[in-house]
Design a protein around this ligand. Structure first.
Ligand SMILES: NC(=O)c1ccc[n+]([C@@H]2O[C@H](COP(=O)([O-])OP(=O)(O)OC[C@H]3O[C@@H](n4cnc5c(N)ncnc54)[C@H](OP(=O)(O)O)[C@@H]3O)[C@@H](O)[C@H]2O)c1
Length: 257
């Protein structure tokens, strides 16, 4: 059974791998046998992570990536195909937030920053990935979106972040429908709240102890809580899953408060 989760021979590219989830996923997936390609803007952080993975016996490659730049996206995907001959899994993980602001407080730059990074980029990377899967006659592929429970359940001050995640979940479903003809699966992971730079503003605020009471399991998540779910989506264990959104949140979206 464990073989289904094995990633030997698979190449996985992760956007936003310089910190937080992407940084963690790189180690988990490399540990399961995958060759990992790490993309982000902070190259020194990528280089450190690659060195750690190689030191642990894995195979990893860093590539500078700005997901708001089309040429940079192309270079990132091309690097995987050029270095390793294939790209089995693309994880659209890069994401930002605009601070604790409402729709009335954000300006056009905030909107563009968040929507371009979290939503438009996922379409652009997925589109170019699909083209390259076809061009290299790979026979299929796998796209994983890192959405969030804010796609359905949010609080004031998460605009336009929650809007971007709502769009990303919907993108997952529509893209799954359209990508099946290329034998490309598209699923999303929707985590609850885990402390990183994206969630720090809320999780380190005075509201945090009260906020955690709204989670049935009464705690925020840990990186390790995502290990099983990301391995499931990245591996053949999920071979009949497409268009699914996997929620990992300690029951948070089941609660009414
Ligand atoms: N933390 C949570 O509670 C939580 C919950 C649900 C979903 N998420 C989602 O998880 C994903 C990862 O976030 P995180 O929580 O791990 O926060 P994080 O530690 O701040 O990581 C965000 C990553 O995105 C990268 N990034 C940002 N803008 C980029 C750009 N223009 N081009 C390329 N990379 C870019 C950052 O790298 P550089 O700055 O080096 O480019 C960084 O590696 C996001 O999509 C976030 O919305 C987080």
């Amino acid at each position: 059974m464990a073989d289904q989760f094995n990633l030997d021979g698979k190449v996985v590219a992760i956007t936003g791998a310089s910190s937080g989830f992407g940084h963690h996923f790189a180690g988990v997936l490399a540990g399961a046998g995958a060759t990992v390609v790490l993309g982000a803007r902070r190259e020194e952080k990528l280089a450190e992570r690659v060195a750690e993975i190689v030191e642990a016996g894995g195979t990893a490659q860093a590539c500078r990536l700005d997901v708001r730049d089309k040429d940079s996206i192309r270079q990132f995907i091309d690097t995987a195909f050029e270095q390793f001959g294939r790209l089995d899994v693309l994880i659209n993980n890069a994401g930002v937030e605009a601070g604790a602001k409402t729709y009335a407080m954000i300006d056009e730059d905030d909107w563009d920053f968040v929507i371009d990074t979290n939503l438009k980029s996922a379409w652009m990377t997925s589109k170019y990935y699909t083209e390259q899967v076809m061009a290299h006659k790979q026979g299929g592929g796998n796209i994983i979106m890192i959405s969030s429970i804010t796609d359905t359940r949010t609080i004031k001050g998460q605009f336009p972040y929650a809007v971007s995640k709502g769009g990303l979940t919907r993108m997952t479903e529509v893209m799954a429908l359209e990508a099946a003809r290329y034998n490309i699966r598209v699923n999303a992971l929707a985590p609850g709240y885990i402390l990183t730079d994206v969630s720090r503003i809320l999780l380190e605020s005075e509201q945090a102890p009260e906020f955690v009471k709204g989670i049935p399991m009464r705690r925020f998540g840990d990186f390790e809580d995502l290990d099983g779910p990301i391995l499931l989506l990245a591996s053949d264990a999920s071979r009949y899953m497409t268009g699914s959104v996997l929620t990992v949140d300690g029951g948070h979206i089941c609660a009414s408060l």
